[in-house]
Design a protein around this ligand. Structure first.
Ligand SMILES: [Zn+2]
Length: 594
C-alpha cells in the first residue's frame, strides 16, 4: 500500500526509515538525519531537508555517495548487479539496449570522465519530466559535462542525485506532479513552431509576427478556450488575451502573463511559463465551476525580446500606452516594415487601435508574473522557487576609444596609444567595481578593433557597457565610478573617447504587499523562502509603471542557463509554481470577500 506523508510523520524511527529506503544509493544516513526534522509539511519540505543534510555533509561523504552510484551503462549493468531502482531507471532510458557502437562510446566517456573527475558520471536519466531522457540526450549531456570544472561537476552530480531521489520519493508516495506534467507538456507542444531557418536545424526561434509566431498565438487561443476562459482574443499588437470573469461584472481584475516570442535559438520556458502557469490555475477554477471576487486576465505578450524589430517590450508596453509610433516604419532584416508585418497578420496597424489597448489601472488589482530564473542562483541553492524583490535598474552605452594605429614592431611600449589596451584595463576595473557591490553586474559584451591587423597597434576600439544594480541609486554610483575610471584611463593613455547612452531603465522594486503574497504562498508549500533580485528585464518592468507588481522565479536546470536550448526545468518545480499561483489567488479571494 502507498504510504502517506502523515504515516511517515507519525511512524516510529525504524518504520520511517523503511518508508524512505533506497532514496539515496547505499546511503541511508541522509534520510535518517533528515527524519530528525519531522513532521514535514509537504513532500517538498522532506526533499529539502535531505538536500540540507547532504549540503552540510563533508566533501568526503559527498564523494562517497557519488561513488556509490553505478556507471552509466557500465559493468554493473552488464553483470546485472545494480540496485532495483538503478536497473529500473537505466532500463527506462533505453541504456540496456544500446547498439555495440553506442555502448563502446559510453564506455569511452565513462573512462575519460573517471580519469578527469575521479568519480562516476551521475545523471537523473528519467529527466525533467520523469518519463526518461532519450539515449542521444544522455550521450550529449555526458559529452558536455566532461568539459566542466571538477568542483562544479561534483555539485552537478549531487543535484542529479537529488533529482533521482525526488523521483524515487514521488514513486514511493504515489505522488505525480499532474499539473506540472500538463504545463510541461504544453511547453513541449508550443515549441514545435519555429521560424523556418531555425526549424530546419531543430532550434527554437519565434520572432514577432512570423508564421511560427502567429501559429503560437493561434495555439494559445485554442488552449485558453479549452481551459475555460470566457473571452479569448488576439489584440492589435498580436498579444493573446484571455479573460476569466469574476463573480460579479464589476469585479476588479488581476493581470498576469509573460511573453511567447523567443530569442534566436532560445529555450522553451522563457516567457511561456508565465502564460501557462496561470492558464493551469484558470483551468482548475473552471473545472470546479468556481468564480473569484475578481476577474483574471492572462496575457501572452507578443514581443518582449526585440529580435525582429528593435521594439523590446512592445507587447506589454502597448498595455501601458508606450507604443512608439516610429516603430511602425521600422524595417526588419528583410526590409519588411512592422506596419506591413502587422497588416499581413491581419492586425489593423493603426495607432488608434494600438492606443486603445492601454489599460485603465484603476480597474486592476495589480500584475504578477511567473518566470524561469534565467540564472544559476536557485539551481545552486537547490531551491525550486524564488521571490523577486526588485527588477534591476540598468544602463547601456556604446563607446569608442580612439588611439593611434602604429607599427607593432617599431612603436616602443611607452609611446603607444593603444585603444584596445585602454578598454582591456577598463574591463578589469568594471569587473572588480561591480563585484565589490555583491549584487551589481557590469559587462563589456562587445569589444572590437575595427579594421585591426596582427601587426598594428589598435588605433580604435568599439565596445559596449551594460551596468545593472537592484536600485537606481546603486546603479548610478556604479555608472559614475566606471565612467570616471574610463576617463582617467583614457587621459593617462592619451586616448580619445566617445560615449553614447543607448538605454536606461529604472529599477522596478516589487510592491511589498504583492511580494508578501508570493512569500505566503511559498511558505504554505513547505518550500524554504528565498528572496532575490532579477538581473534580467521582464514584462513586469513595463506594468510596474502603472500598477503594483511582483514576480516569482522558478529554478532552471543546467545552472539555470537561458537564451539557450539547454534551458530546462522539471515538472515537479512547475507543479510547485502552479500551486503557489493558486495559493496567491486564494489569498486574494479571501482579501476581497465582502
Ligand atoms: Zn523572458
Amino acid at each position: 500500500m502507498t504510504p502517506t506523508l502523515h504515516q511517515l510523520n507519525s511512524a516510529d524511527p525504524a518504520e520511517a526509515m523503511r518508508l524512505l529506503d533506497g532514496l539515496y544509493e547505499h546511503s541511508p544516513w541522509i534520510a535518517e538525519q533528515a527524519l530528525a526534522q519531522r513532521p514535514f509539511a509537504s513532500l517538498a519540505a522532506l526533499k529539502h531537508a535531505m538536500v540540507t543534510v547532504l549540503a552540510h555533509a563533508s566533501v568526503d561523504a559527498q564523494l562517497t555517495l557519488i561513488r556509490a552510484h553505478p556507471e552509466l551503462a557500465g559493468k554493473a549493468m552488464v553483470s546485472q548487479s545494480l540496485t532495483a531502482e538503478s536497473t529500473h531507471e537505466q532500463t527506462k532510458a533505453g541504456l540496456t539496449n544500446c547498439t555495440p557502437e553506442e555502448f563502446a562510446h559510453i564506455q569511452q566517456l565513462n573512462a575519460q570522465y573517471n580519469a578527469k573527475f575521479g568519480f562516476p558520471f551521475i545523471l537523473a536519466v528519467r529527466g525533467p519530466r520523469g518519463t526518461g531522457l532519450a539515449k542521444r540526450e544522455i550521450i550529449a549531456t555526458f559529452e558536455r559535462r566532461l568539459g566542466n570544472p571538477v568542483d562544479f561537476e561534483r555539485a552537478e552530480c549531487l543535484r542529479n542525485i537529488h533529482r533521482i531521489a525526488e523521483i524515487r520519493l514521488n514513486d514511493k508516495f504515489g505522488f505525480e506532479p499532474v499539473l506540472g506534467n500538463e504545463v510541461w507538456d504544453w511547453h513541449e507542444d508550443l515549441s514545435r513552431h519555429s521560424d523556418p531557418a531555425f526549424a530546419e536545424q531543430g532550434q527554437l526561434t519565434v520572432t514577432y509576427l512570423t508564421d511560427a509566431h502567429r501559429a503560437c498565438a493561434a495555439d494559445l487561443v485554442v488552449r485558453m478556450r479549452e481551459c475555460g476562459f470566457d473571452e479569448v482574443d488576439i489584440d492589435a499588437v498580436g498579444n493573446v488575451v484571455g479573460r476569466y470573469h469574476g463573480a460579479t461584472p464589476d469585479a476588479p481584475t488581476l493581470l498576469t502573463g509573460s511573453h511567447f516570442d523567443t530569442v534566436r535559438n532560445g529555450g522553451k520556458y522563457d516567457g511561456r511559463l508565465g502564460i501557462f502557469v496561470p492558464m493551469a490555475c484558470v483551468k482548475q477554477l473552471h473545472a470546479a465551476g468556481r468564480r473569484l471576487p475578481f476577474a483574471i486576465e492572462v496575457v501572452g505578450f507578443s514581443e518582449e525580446e526585440g529580435q525582429r524589430y528593435k521594439a523590446t517590450f512592445l507587447g506589454s508596453g502597448a498595455l501601458t500606452g508606450h507604443f512608439n509610433p516610429t516603430w511602425l516604419d521600422q524595417q526588419d532584416a528583410d526590409g519588411v516594415t512592422m506596419r506591413a508585418a502587422m497588416l499581413h497578420a491581419g492586425l489593423p496597424a493603426t495607432l488608434e487601435a494600438i492606443g486603445a489597448l492601454r489599460r485603465d489601472p484603476s480597474k486592476y488589482l495589480g500584475f504578477v508574473e511567473v518566470h524561469i530564473e534565467q540564472g544559476p542562483v536557485l539551481n545552486e541553492m537547490d531551491l525550486p522557487l524564488g521571490v523577486v524583490t526588485s527588477i534591476n535598474a540598468s544602463v547601456r552605452y556604446l563607446c569608442e576609444a580612439i588611439g593611434m594605429a602604429s607599427h607593432a614592431g617599431t612603436t616602443p611600449m611607452n609611446r603607444r596609444r593603444d585603444a584596445a589596451s585602454a578598454v582591456a584595463e577598463l574591463a578589469l576595473h568594471a569587473e572588480q567595481r561591480a563585484a565589490a557591490d555583491g549584487d551589481s553586474v557590469a559587462t563589456i559584451g562587445m569589444l572590437q578593433v575595427p579594421g585591426g591587423s596582427i601587426n598594428v597597434v589598435p588605433g580604435r576600439c568599439l565596445f559596449s557597457l551594460d551596468l545593472r544594480a537592484p536600485s537606481n541609486a546603486q546603479r548610478d554610483a556604479l555608472e559614475r565610478d566606471i565612467l570616471a575610471q574610463l576617463l582617467a584611463i583614457c587621459e593617462r593613455r592619451g586616448i580619445g573617447l566617445k560615449t553614447e547612452e543607448t538605454m536606461r531603465a529604472a529599477a522596478a522594486p516589487s510592491a511589498p504587499a504583492w511580494q508578501a503574497r508570493w512569500e505566503t504562498a511559498v511558505n504554505a508549500l513547505g518550500v524554504p523562502l528565498h528572496r532575490m533580485p532579477s538581473g534580467a528585464g521582464h514584462d513586469a518592468m513595463k506594468l510596474h509603471e502603472v500598477m503594483p507588481q511582483a514576480m516569482l522565479f522558478v529554478r532552471g536546470l543546467n545552472s539555470g542557463i537561458s537564451h539557450n536550448p539547454l534551458e530546462s526545468t522539471t515538472s515537479d518545480d512547475i507543479e510547485l509554481c502552479v500551486r503557489a499561483f493558486s495559493h496567491l489567488l486564494e489569498q486574494l479571494a479571501t482579501e476581497h470577500k465582502h
